[in-house]
Unconditional design. Structure first.
Lengths: 485, 364
């Protein structure tokens, strides 16, 4: 079964047939074959891994997508679908002997239905563009990954993208109702419905988060949420990360589900404050942002309750946003955490484990110890409400051995997440980055079941081969040596 | 409170050796649902108990045979709930033919049936709250998918795939569910409205930030439940209007358990799942409408094709829920390419077709 290294190389004749076939399907400027044109596609947001594809197809119509799929299926050529390429796990990293199928030209919002509160969009539509387009109807699309300015809904579906508001409003899987999908043989199917359920197995749940390995999204119908009348955020400082972690549990125990509940440790706060000047408390060991939204009465009630809990939990300073401008300022730092860290280090790796929140102290302590061991700095931002931790490992790829050290450090953090009962990835996907750690989280039989799901949609392993689910061979190598090619 | 994993595994292995199909069964409260059960009965009710429950993590892990009522009581003690408000569907009591309150329903059956109750339209469905499963596949392997955390994208989402699969892909051993705090305030209001106006009204409300947690239209009355912060419920009450409903809890339980007058008649009961804004369908008889218009119940003894054609034209699907001619199949037939994927999945998880054969579709 497919991993890139195992995928067969195409003969010259096969490549010629592929190119000739694609030329018949696509306009001249929709097929990239020259090296300089392929370079922009050699990686996604995981820039440490680069691979030039054989060629890039940029279809503009559904018929073209279907024809490209049919051709690749017939010639058994692997194919990697790609949106904006903002993914952080290498889900869109090309396959050497394969085609990149860019959906970037599918940028149309096909239908907005304010009564049904749905939008039907093409896969290349940006996440934020949906919310902007439906804002006049007082609606928005709830999942808001940090990359929402750039990332596309097709990519969000592939990764089951989250965001800072998903504790209350859910992930992509909770906000997509229906997908129009092209299967590898070019068959087009509708999965899900514009009602609240569909007959048969929940294939929609399988498609969402499948990292482009089961089908190509042609259209998505998303659920829109009424905009709350008001949102307000509390920013609390703590002199100890454990206290901050306990404060999160105390908020939940008080029966409050904040619209957003985020935490940053001291290194993250320092990086962010230097970048956005949001007025963060630089003396705090941890900062907690807890948001309430709803009617003005509801928000007042909830903010008061949150403040009472935070005070009791030992917050050293509590500030409540006084207006929308201040609320956005409080959030600006958290939302810009990745670029802020990017400013203070040549390179960084963003980890994405989710842990049961009760183990936060243990995990953060261990991350700090590992930081010493690997001699690399690490800043932590944390979707505290749902336990999704983003340690940002800082390194310099130009320094001998640092890439390997950073990758090794990251791998240890992921294994630690599994050890405490969590998962290696909460919202960024496995891609190629975490494929080895899948061998730690899942048994041979469980991985075989995943391959079974894959085969149910794509028996020749042509869609995004080598991603997300490791082959048994790869796992035995990894288990033996602690590393795999 | 026992772990019968090994015994259940032995039963599956024996069935696999004999190629003898199994009918997985919890409390038997949903025997009526789907196509007729077949195979040797494999009971799960003794494989019971809450394995882990951490209220501040908003997650509970339970063995599949655990009584739904027991789980709900444990959550209630901590001020939490299953937000999808699942129906229990009790065994009919021999005396009245009506339900007894649903003591028998199990968590496994709840997940396998994938049925959600009145709060579904705003809170989400069973599958939305499934975080992880432990199951036995058709080869007798014990497999874990998902986990006890809220965000998890490692591997395909096999856990949610089990919700509504009617046990055809594996025997559920344990499930982890997201739980939520119970709302601090709740109130129920009733307005007099004809069907078309009620559908319009529910959709209009749906587009506003109102704390609506359930709607039900029947026989000219639209009943609305508001849940949330005290202030939010009080403010919304003014916007909705209508009269307060006394003993609202009984009313919503009745809707959930199908014990209101609407459900008491004889005849074939259809479950129609539709886009919420669909105007009244041109089918004979008046429906009971839930989920802001997205779920409609209809008693209709005419041809299945008539119902299914009308509903699919509106973008929905129709399930033969209770009674009627079983030969038409409980569930709306699937397009061929989707059925092909279903068959592949079935073959992958249950190569010999041991689990609940035909319960979902004759082909599976």
């Amino acid at each position: 079964m497919g991993s890139p290294e195992e995928h067969r190389q195409l003969s010259e004749a096969e490549i010629a047939r592929l190119v000739a076939g694609l030329r018949r399907i696509l306009a001249t400027d929709s097929l990239l074959v020259e090296r300089e044109d392929l370079v922009p596609y050699e990686c996604d947001g995981l820039t440490a891994y680069r691979q030039l594809p054989l060629l890039v197809a940029l279809p503009t119509t559904e018929e073209q997508v279907v024809a490209v799929l049919k051709l690749c299926h017939e010639l058994r050529v692997p194919l990697v679908a790609r949106g904006a390429g903002t993914g952080l796990s290498g889900g869109a990293t090309p396959v050497k002997h394969g085609v990149v199928l860019s959906l970037a030209k599918f940028m149309r919002i096909l239908d907005i239905d304010p009564v049904a509160r749905t939008a039907r969009v093409q896969p290349g539509v940006r996440n934020l563009a949906i919310s902007e387009a439906v804002a006049p109807c007082n609606l928005y699309y709830a999942p808001d990954p940090s990359s929402q300015i750039a990332c596309t809904i097709g990519g969000n579906v592939a990764e089951n993208a989250g965001g800072v508001h998903c504790l209350k409003y859910g992930l992509t899987v909770h906000n997509v109702m229906r997908l129009r999908v092209a299967l590898i043989d070019g068959t087009v199917v509708e999965i899900g419905s514009e009602g609240l359920d569909a007959p048969g197995y929940d294939l929609l749940a399988l498609m969402i988060g499948s990292e482009g390995m089961l089908g190509v999204v042609l259209e998505a119908t998303v659920k829109l949420t009424p905009k709350p009348q008001l949102a307000q955020v509390v920013m609390a400082s703590f002199d100890d990360v454990v206290k901050a972690g306990n404060a999160v549990a105390d908020i939940i125990a008080a029966g409050i589900i904040p619209a957003g509940l985020e935490m940053m440790d001291k290194p993250a706060t320092a990086a962010v404050e230097d970048y956005v000047h949001a007025g963060y408390d630089l003396n705090a060991e941890a900062i907690l942002l807890s948001e309430s939204d709803g009617t003005p009465e509801e928000v007042a009630e909830e903010i008061a309750a949150m403040c009472a809990v935070l005070e009791k939990s030992g917050a050293t300073e509590i500030r409540v946003s006084r207006d929308e401008a201040e609320r956005l300022k409080f959030w600006a730092g958290r939302k810009a955490a990745f670029p802020a860290v990017g400013r203070i280090t040549p390179d960084y790796l963003c980890m994405d484990g989710t842990i049961p929140r009760k183990h936060l102290a243990r995990v953060l302590t261990r991350i700090a110890e590992l930081s010493q061991k690997y001699n690399l700095r690490c800043a932590n931002v944390f979707h505290a409400g749902d336990g999704n931790l983003h340690p940002l490992i800082m390194f310099d790829a130009n320094r001998e051995g640092e890439v390997e050290r950073a990758t090794g450090y990251g791998g240890k953090i992921l294994e630690l997440s599994v050890e405490v009962g969590g998962t290696i990835t909460g919202e960024h996907g496995v891609g190629i980055e975490k494929v080895n750690q899948m061998c730690v989280q899942f048994s041979k039989e469980e991985l075989a079941a995943f391959h079974g799901v894959k085969a149910a949609f794509d028996e020749h392993t042509l869609l995004n081969p080598g991603k997300a689910v490791p082959t048994p061979r790869r796992c035995s190598e990894y288990r033996l040596t602690g590393s795999a090619k | 409170m026992t772990d019968l994993t090994e015994q259940l595994r032995e039963r599956v292995l024996a069935a696999a050796a004999d190629k003898a199909p199994l009918c997985i069964r919890g409390g038997g409260t949903k025997d009526f649902y789907g196509n007729a059960p077949a195979g040797a009965r494999l009971g799960t009710t003794n494989h019971a108990g809450i394995v882990a429950y951490e209220p501040t993590e908003l997650v509970v892990t339970v063995r599949a045979g655990t009584r739904l009522a027991e789980l709900e009581a444990a959550l209630d003690e901590q001020g939490q709930m299953l937000a999808f408000e699942p129906p229990h569907f009790s065994l009919p009591s021999p005396a009245s033919g009506r339900g007894t309150g649903g003591e028998g329903a199990t968590v496994g059956g709840c997940v396998a049936s994938g049925l959600s109750g009145p709060r579904r339209a705003t809170a989400g469905s069973v599958r939305d709250f499934v975080l992880g499963v432990k199951l036995l596949d058709g080869k007798g392997e014990i497999l874990n998918f998902g986990g006890q955390v809220m965000k998890n994208v490692a591997g395909y989402d096999v856990s949610r795939l089990m919700a509504g699969a009617l046990g055809t892909l594996g025997l559920l051993l344990e499930v982890s569910l997201k739980v939520l705090p119970k709302p601090p305030a709740e109130t129920t209001l009733r307005l007099d409205l004809p069907q078309d106006k009620a559908i319009e009204t529910m959709n209009r409300w749906g587009g506003q930030p109102l704390p609506i947690s359930a709607t039900c239209w029947s026989d000219g009355h639209l009943t609305v439940r508001l849940s949330g912060a005290r202030a939010a419920v009080a403010a919304a009450r003014g916007k909705i209007g209508g009269e307060s409903v006394a003993d609202a809890e009984t009313f919503w339980r009745g809707v959930r358990e199908q014990q209101t007058d609407f459900f008491s008649g004889a005849g074939t009961l259809w479950r129609l799942s539709l886009p919420a804004k669909t105007p009244p369908l041109s089918l004979p008889g008046a429906p009971l409408i839930e989920w802001g218009g997205a779920l409609r119940w209809l008693t209709f003894d005419g041809p299945a094709d008539t119902v299914r054609a009308a509903v699919s034209q509106a973008g929905g699907h129709a399930t033969l829920f209770r009674g009627g001619n079983e030969s038409v199949g409980a569930f709306q037939p699937l397009p061929l390419p989707l059925m092909a994927i279903h068959k592949n999945l079935k073959r992958s998880f249950d190569p010999q077709g041991l689990f609940n054969p035909g319960r979902l579709y004759p082909e599976l």
